[in-house]
Design a protein around this ligand. Structure first.
Ligand SMILES: [Zn+2]
Ligand SMILES: [Zn+2]
Ligand SMILES: [Zn+2]
Length: 353
């Protein structure tokens, strides 16, 4: 039954808070650009070092190949064990990686069941989205936090249940009973006798509402009132982008995403300065473009907290071998010595491609 609720405060008008103008209920996510506060990046000189990787020996490429073959479902290890290696060639390549760690803040009007807490709407203007203190994030790790903006709260009656705390059961449409599924509501059993489960009434008690016809309102959890407030969602995201220098080994470049390389350079700053002094002009050009792109894109949608750039040398070795008079090849790549052998000669039929 409907009961009037007393002591309710008028909700604040939706666009009355400074910094939250135009934030409408039911419209998802007011996004807030951060105030400008980008520190000026400083260049980090690249130290010359030994950038070569020793060529893999015949034993080590064979060892990697044998462990690859034995890890595959029903590959015969014969070719890996006994194939005759005829050539070992290096196609090492560079990978530039830029990580931009950002924080963005979104607000929206929302409600939750009112638990009786003290609420003073309009007592003070609520703090702006970027004035809200938030937890210190772990750098370069995705995370999110939801917060209630102080002084944005007000209490209103639940519109879903008309402040009764209960809502009509959807299963029995409020009647408390449903049609008997044994007799399809006829009240008669298969032997033309009285249907036992429903005692011949043709209806059974609704189990969803225990025959009451109503259930606790899911929106206010039976509290009859809702706390209306501005929810702030803070999102931390690590945006990672790679550039890999092209190489002619024939190994698909997407394979390199699975492995790591020998670290040559790493630079972590609030904002990185484009690479200087790296001996590969194509990589430097791509890196500089990427730094500018990240700076433009990610300072529009949030605040850049940290950036990290790195250059790795990824070892790629192409091994040619003979097996039963035919020629094949495979790749050993990454510091993990991962193997790729598309034309492996002794796969059996159950191999999942
Ligand atoms: Zn029945
Ligand atoms: Zn029901
Ligand atoms: Zn309700």
């Amino acid at each position: 039954m409907y009961q009037p609720v007393f002591g309710m405060q008028a909700p604040p008008t939706f666009n009355s808070f400074p910094g939250y103008e135009g934030l409408l209920p039911g419209v998802s996510g007011g996004f807030h650009p951060p105030p400008p506060s980008q520190p000026f990046p400083t260049p980090v000189p690249m130290v010359q070092q030994d950038w070569s990787i020793p060529k893999l020996s015949e034993e080590s490429v064979r060892e990697a190949f044998i462990s690859f073959a034995s890890s595959q479902c029903c590959y015969s290890s014969g070719p890996a064990r006994d194939g005759m290696i005829t050539g070992i060639e290096q196609f090492n390549t560079y990978r530039y990686r830029l990580e931009t760690f950002t924080e963005s803040r979104k607000t929206e009007w929302t409600t939750k069941p009112y638990e009786g807490q003290t609420v003073n709407p309009f007592a003070q203007p609520p703090p702006g989205p970027w004035e809200m203190p938030v937890m210190a994030p772990v750098m370069f790790k995705d995370n999110r936090q939801e917060l209630e903006i102080p002084n944005s709260q007000s209490v209103k009656s639940c519109d879903t249940c008309s402040a009764t705390g209960r809502s009509r059961c959807a299963k029995c449409t409020g009647t408390g009973s449903i049609t008997c599924f044994t007799c399809s509501g006829r009240g008669v059993g298969s032997a033309q006798d009285r249907c036992a489960p429903c005692s011949g009434t043709g209806r059974r008690m609704c189990s969803n509402c225990s025959g009451q016809g109503t259930k606790e309102c899911t929106k206010c959890k039976g509290k009859r009132q809702l706390l209306s407030y501005i929810k702030l969602t803070v999102e931390w995201k690590n945006n990672v982008e790679d550039f890999v220098v092209e190489q002619s080994s024939g190994l698909n470049v997407t394979k390199l995403g699975e492995v790591s390389g020998k670290p040559l350079f790493k630079d972590t700053q609030p904002m990185v300065y484009p690479l200087t002094g790296f001996p590969h002009p194509g990589l430097v050009e791509a890196a500089n473009k990427m730094v500018l792109k990240h700076r433009n894109n990610f300072s529009q949608t949030g605040r850049i907290l940290q950036q990290q750039q790195s250059v790795e040398l990824i070892p790629i070795t192409k091994v040619a071998y003979q097996w039963k008079g035919k020629h094949y090849f495979y790749f050993v790549y990454g510091t993990e010595s991962k193997v790729n052998a598309e034309d492996y000669p002794a796969k059996c039929c159950c191999v999942i491609l």
